[in-house]
Ligand binder design. Structure first.
Ligand code: SF4
Ligand code: FES
Length: 248
């Protein structure tokens, strides 16, 4: 019996060869248990070793294999070819990011934004070490756990039309990450983060399209995080207006 195959159309960008991106077409062996990343690995190993893309864990954990698959931001290690077979699969670099080469995008903007929200526990005063760790109950962990599941895959940025139009927008994952620490009862940095996230490029830019949450492969719900944050921001503004001398 003839081997089953599936066609792939893959975006290429090799600035030393061509100033504009273009597509290459390949046909790879098809098995029901193959994911898009397997197909790219087949191309790289057997057909065209020059193809560049990122991946590492192959199990939806490292966040490095995000690409556009048939127009949608997906983790290629968790997207099965059977979803598309026998039709063609079109693979491109993550939308809204500058392309370095083929399917590899420049992550600098995303990394800068993550750092801007101070994603670490801020304490005004540390407790002496001899008093022991900061223990938490299950309920206290549950308050932020959902937001701590982010794997920094950037799919939510590729899905976000606001980030596409206004790249200065701090964006879904960074705001969800800020909430991860705001909701941690060991943290005392919520006010500092609110100042950053309430700036012009912060939470108020979001028009609640909700595409970020639909694209997220880890159930983080960045759109929900932004709406919660807007409520906190509105309350803080209202208090500052009622109590202009800082009696909060
Ligand atoms: S919030 Fe979800 S989609 Fe966005 S970077 Fe984190 S895991 Fe990826
Ligand atoms: S290779 Fe790690 S998430 Fe896909």
């Amino acid at each position: 019996m003839a081997e089953e195959t599936i066609p792939l159309k893959v975006a290429r960008y090799r600035p030393e060869h061509a100033s504009m991106p273009y597509f290459d077409e390949y046909r790879v062996p098809y098995r029901e248990d193959m994911v898009v990343l397997d197909a790219l690995n087949h191309i790289k190993d057997e057909i065209d070793g020059s193809l560049a893309y990122r991946w590492s864990c192959r199990m939806g954990v490292c966040g490095s294999c995000g690409m556009m698959v048939n127009g949608k931001p997906r983790l290629t290690c968790s997207t099965f070819l059977r979803e598309f077979y026998p039709k063609r699969v079109v693979v491109g670099p993550l939308r809204h990011f500058p392309v370095v080469r083929d399917l590899v995008v420049d992550m600098t903007d995303f990394m800068v934004k993550l750092k801007e929200v101070k994603p670490w526990i801020i304490r005004k005063e540390e407790r002496p070490v001899q008093e022991g760790e900061y223990l938490q109950t299950t309920e206290e962990v549950d308050a932020y756990k959902q937001f701590s599941m982010c794997i920094n895959c950037m799919l939510c940025y590729a899905a976000c039309p606001v980030y596409g139009l206004e790249p200065s927008f701090i964006g879904p994952a960074a705001i969800a990450l800020a909430q991860r620490y705001n909701k941690d009862n060991r943290d005392q940095g919520a006010e500092e983060r609110l100042e950053i996230c309430s700036e012009h490029d912060g939470i108020w830019q979001c028009t609640f399209v909700g595409e970020c949450t639909k694209a997220c492969p880890k159930g983080v719900d960045p759109a929900g995080a932004i709406q919660q944050y807007k409520l906190v921001g509105a309350m803080a503004w209202f208090k500052s207006w009622l109590l202009p001398w800082g009696e909060r």
